[in-house]
Write a protein that binds this ligand. Structure first.
Ligand SMILES: [Zn+2]
Length: 72
């Protein structure tokens, strides 16, 4: 005979699909922004020319994420 406790299995923790915490994403965006510096008409990291904002595409995306998602 099984007791009630032996029939219940622990639920496996699926940490692989957990969303990225906001603080981790902001740190990543900040590092992207620091790498993508436009010098002499092209980005130092990806080589793309800047758009009207003065950032390359990757740099501008990172900048806008930092500007809009800041928690304070
Ligand atoms: Zn770039």
């Amino acid at each position: 005979m099984f007791s009630e406790g032996e029939l219940t299995q622990p639920v496996p923790v699926n940490s692989g699909s957990a969303p990225i915490p906001g603080c981790v994403e902001r740190a990543e965006m900040r590092s992207v922004l620091l790498r993508h510096v436009v010098e002499g008409g092209t980005c130092r990291s990806c080589g793309n020319p800047p758009d009207h904002t003065g950032y390359c595409f990757a740099g501008r995306v990172a900048y806008e994420r930092l500007a809009t998602d800041w928690p304070h």
